[in-house]
Design a protein around this ligand. Structure first.
Ligand code: HEC
Length: 399
């Protein structure tokens, strides 16, 4: 059933007309690998240069039989790859070193190690594209888009079960009758003459310049552009999602004509205090200078829950869940003293607030990660911990 359909398709579309062009090559088919090796040796030994062998699978020893020299395509790959490396190098140097120098993590504007991935990628990309492109160009003999071997009985056989060899008519030693006789003598099962195909392309010899072809090409590009534009910008255009995109605004690091210095990004006015970031008045001062303001938060369940949450998150890794100094950092950071010492028990809340806000010796400041209210809540919770770990006997008395 499928076979029948394929056959119909073949008959309808793939039936080739007899070719009327110049002779392109004389081709011969052989039945076994041994025969094709022998034929290749004979052809190369007789001094033919423009010939090739086509086999359904790689035949061992063929390079030697054909007397092939190493291909030059490697040089093409090398040159393309090196152009990729140097292009990437130049591109990155120009982009980050000259055109838009930007400081990343205090590194030099242009630094080699960071450019290596791009240099590697462009090397691979350019050499791969150039190699694929040049193979297509050489094999297809661009700008022609077909090899005369295509669509012949010869190519059908050598891509399934036979071993083929052909000598091009352009070979200086080529003589149609001699080549035919040689192939027959070598025991070929079929010798064929392959002619160039002549295409009727109307007003010009080059199919690429045919007015109909050019018309169709330009016409279809215009239609594609118009349809793409209409689909993306009219049919699929959803204004609500784009409103913020179109509001009047200056982008970070963009130019602005509004200000004298041409910058769109502004520094805060001297002395500005950002909301929620009231400066700490005892910053950098020793503990003794702290004025003992009382804890501004009430003690209730909500505040204690908040304090526990923040304490467990920010303080417990070093101080332990109960403040006993049982650090979970396994010696990777100095182990802090217990928070149940007489010193801390007797401290005013403001002193503990000072340590959290300002840091103390090796303990860093937590002012940037914990809000003021959260810090005060932590202190209430810390008092609960202290009470729980140092309960006096009187707590057992029923009141
Ligand atoms: C990265 C580990 C680490 C974290 C997290 C940490 N601390 Fe400390 N803390 C220390 C160290 C170490 C010391 C001892 C510093 C010193 O040598 O004076 C200390 C000291 C203290 C002291 C003074 C103790 C004393 O006897 O002088 C208090 C109070 C304190 N921390 C409270 C807190 C609170 C509250 C938090 C959570 C907001 C916290 N710490 C988070 C490491 C830490």
């Amino acid at each position: 059933m499928i076979g029948k359909i394929l056959k119909k398709f073949d008959d309808r579309f793939l039936k080739s007309e007899p070719r009327t062009g110049d002779l392109y090559a004389v081709a011969a088919l052989f039945d076994t690998p041994d025969e094709i090796i022998h034929a290749a040796e004979k052809v190369s030994g007789s001094g033919y240069k423009r010939f090739d062998v086509l086999t359904p699978y790689p035949v061992h020893g063929m390079d030697g039989a054909m007397n092939l020299k190493p291909s030059n395509i490697g040089w093409v790959g090398l040159i393309a790859g090196m152009s990729g490396t140097s292009l990437a190098f130049l591109m990155i140097w120009w982009m980050v070193g000259v055109n838009y120098p930007n400081i990343f993590g205090g590194k030099p504007f242009f630094n080699l190690p960071a450019s290596i991935p791009i240099m590697f990628e462009l090397t691979v990309l350019l050499s791969a594209l150039t190699l694929a492109g040049s193979l297509i160009a050489i094999y297809m003999k661009l700008p022609s888009n077909a090899n005369p071997l295509m669509d012949t009985e010869f190519i059908k056989r050598v891509t399934s079960d036979k071993f083929g060899i052909y000598i091009e008519a352009k070979d200086p030693k080529f003589n149609k009758d001699e080549v035919e006789a040689m192939f027959k003598q070598l025991g070929s099962s079929s010798v064929s003459f392959i002619h160039e195909a002549v295409y009727e392309v109307g007003d010009t010899k080059n199919p690429l310049l045919n007015t109909k072809f050019l018309g169709a090409l330009i016409g279809s590009s215009v239609i594609t552009v118009v349809i793409t534009y209409l689909v993306l910008n009219v049919l699929l255009f959803l204004p609500p999602f784009n409103w913020m995109h179109y509001q009047a605004k200056v982008l970070p690091q963009s130019e602005s004509k509004f200000f004298k210095d041409g910058w769109s990004m502004r520094r805060p006015v001297e002395g500005t205090v950002a909301r929620g970031f009231i400066p700490y008045e005892f910053a950098g001062m020793p503990d003794s200078m702290v004025v003992p303001t009382p804890n501004p938060l009430p003690v209730n369940q909500k505040v204690l829950d908040l304090g526990k949450k923040r304490y467990d998150t920010y303080c417990s890794p070093c101080h332990g869940f109960y403040g006993k100094g049982d650090s979970r950092l396994r010696g990777q950071f100095p182990v802090p003293p217990t928070l149940h010492s007489e010193k801390v028990m007797n401290w005013k809340d403001a002193n503990i607030y000072h340590v959290i806000t300002n840091g103390q010796n090796t303990m860093p400041s937590y002012a940037s990660s914990i809000s003021r209210d959260d810090r005060w809540a932590i202190i209430h919770y810390l008092r609960v911990l202290q009470r729980s770990q140092n309960a006096p006997d009187s707590d057992l008395e029923i009141k």
